[in-house]
Write a protein of this length. Structure first.
Length: 188
């Protein structure tokens, strides 16, 4: 479970800090009430954050943030309340940006997934890396996009070096990173 704001139409850049903090508290409480546990990860609406979002989510008890797609590996970021882990989130391998905004076909998007996967598997021989793919049912779920993406994901799952790949969730990546000794993750 990852908190994602009240709506994607509500970008945090236009709110006063206390209003943004109130929204974060409302979202956290709503998720906890409906799912029985509070989220520990946050990704701002529309993948956008204000200058203080990381501070506010850390102060609200969040441990990791997906709102800063700045690297292919987790990094520790500083906030006024202490460090928060940035877990990679895809901007390029996101069907909204690729298929909707840049009008790539389903096959082009699938090709991007395969090329990204193959390259990161090679690069990961030297360090652990994260490859995220963001899919939305109302976009990739369209049959003309679904078939090529299904083939791309099959390529990843059946890759000859699949024993070097961990298919998991952002929270699991974060939880693993929390166990690593200082100095292992950039920024620690």
């Amino acid at each position: 479970m990852c908190a994602h704001g009240r709506t994607n139409a509500e970008a945090f850049g236009g709110f006063w800090e206390h209003d943004e903090a109130a929204i974060i508290a409302e979202v956290t409480e709503t998720i906890a009430r409906h799912f029985g546990e509070r989220p520990t990860g946050w990704m701002g609406p529309g993948a956008a954050e204000s200058a203080v979002t990381s501070d506010l989510i850390k102060e609200a008890g969040y441990t990791h943030n997906l709102g800063w797609p700045l690297d292919d590996q987790p990094v520790w970021m500083r906030t006024r309340a202490g460090p928060i882990l940035s877990v990679p989130y895809p901007m390029e391998l996101n069907d909204i940006g690729t298929n909707v905004y840049r009008d790539h076909t389903g096959q082009e998007f699938a090709d991007m997934i395969v090329e990204q996967f193959d390259e990161l598997v090679e690069q990961s021989a030297g360090q652990p890396l994260v490859m995220s793919v963001s899919l939305h049912t109302f976009i990739t779920g369209q049959p003309f996009r679904l078939r090529p993406v299904r083939r791309a994901l099959k390529h990843c799952v059946e890759h000859k070096l699949r024993d070097r790949v961990w298919y998991t969730r952002a929270v699991d990546i974060a939880d693993y990173c929390f166990t690593l000794p200082p100095g292992t993750i950039v920024g620690s």
